[in-house]
Design a protein around this ligand. Structure first.
Ligand code: F6P
Length: 323
């Protein structure tokens, strides 16, 4: 293998730049030529491909977002789109790919590999931390810290006004961000899709707190929570507990930006090197991840289809501490 390319796809995540840098620098270290594909699969289809050099990735390790830009590509879901993408890779002589992204990215990669046989190694990059085959995904740690900073601030105003705040955090189908924010932010209630929650429980917990003279409360709601979003849950609670002064905050995309934490910089760097070394060893159709601080490669099929189990100890902790 002489030429490889790297791209970022799906939602951007802090630490992606550290990973791009590691892919570029380790490729050069091993004497490979390395290309950057811009805007994810869309750029692969449109031929937005440029050679990267050591200086191309200078001064980016500390930056959030992705210098390669990202997209969620509809066109890559079509046979014609993938055919165009393959032609562009062939034109540049690219023989291997490093795909940094989440579930959708690896679903596309698995299909592309099945059709064209091009070796692809993935790196888990999503703030949601919902990928099987790694304890942490790039950006999760930073997103939790960003959300915690906001939650701490909300707590000040909640306490000053004796209010209940419903705070919605990201996590399309998962409660990892919510759970860690609940623990770190000292929330009274955490609602996540991995558990069967009920409005009645939320109401009785808040009522009990109120009866025990609790003056303010924080309820963290994961975006993917099945009983509703923060606004609709807050409305239902207000209908039953009219005495509560309730406000809602949705943290949104603020959680995706900002300088990556030290953890995400190291994780991105380690997995970037692991992806390049994986390709050089002839691996393909796998994601590099860290489980118990050990590097492992998991087939895309498993990362896509197996459900990463939420840590039961943390669930228990949330339950015990949020009384
Ligand atoms: O990348 C993950 C994520 O931030 C989810 O938590 C969220 O549901 C989704 O992306 C939002 O995607 P978009 O930025 O495309 O609206």
């Amino acid at each position: 293998m002489k030429k490889i390319a790297v791209f970022t796809s799906g939602g951007d995540a802090p630490g992606m730049n550290a990973c791009i840098r590691a892919v570029v620098r380790s490729s050069l270290f091993y004497g490979l030529q390395v290309y950057g594909i811009y805007k994810g699969y869309n750029g692969m289809i449109a031929g937005e491909i440029k050679e990267l050099h050591s200086q191309s990735v200078s001064n980016i390790i500390q930056r959030g977002g992705t210098i390669l830009k990202s997209a969620r590509s509809e066109e890559f879901k079509t046979k014609e789109g993938r055919a165009k993408a393959y032609e562009n890779l062939k034109t540049h002589g690219i023989e291997g790919l490093v795909a940094i992204g989440g579930n959708g990215t690896f679903t596309g990669a698995e299909l592309f590999h099945a059709e064209y046989g091009i070796p692809i190694v993935g790196v888990p990059g999503t703030i949601d931390n919902d990928l099987y085959g790694t304890d942490y995904t790039l950006g999760f740690d930073t997103a939790v810290n960003t959300a915690l900073e906001a939650i701490d601030k909300i707590r000040d105003t909640a306490d000053s006004h004796d209010r209940v705040f419903f705070i919605e955090v990201m996590g399309r189908d998962s409660g990892y961000i919510a759970m860690e924010c609940g623990i770190g932010g000292g929330a009274e209630i955490v609602l996540i899709p991995e558990r069967d929650d009920s409005i009645d429980n939320v109401i009785s917990t808040l009522r009990d707190g109120f009866n025990r003279s609790k003056t303010s409360s924080i309820v963290i709601v994961a975006e993917g929570e099945e009983i509703g979003n923060a606004n609709s849950i807050a409305r239902l609670v207000k209908n039953k507990l009219k005495q509560l002064d309730i406000r809602v905050t949705t943290l949104g995309h603020i959680q995706r930006g900002g300088a990556p934490s030290g953890y995400d910089r190291t994780l991105g760097s380690r997995l970037g090197l692991a992806a390049v070394e994986g390709l050089m060893k002839g691996m393909s159709n796998v994601m590099a991840g860290m489980v118990n601080n050990q590097l492992i490669y998991t087939p895309f099929g498993d990362t896509i289809r197996k459900k990463k189990q939420i840590n039961q100890d943390l669930m228990r902790l949330v339950q015990i501490l949020s009384i």
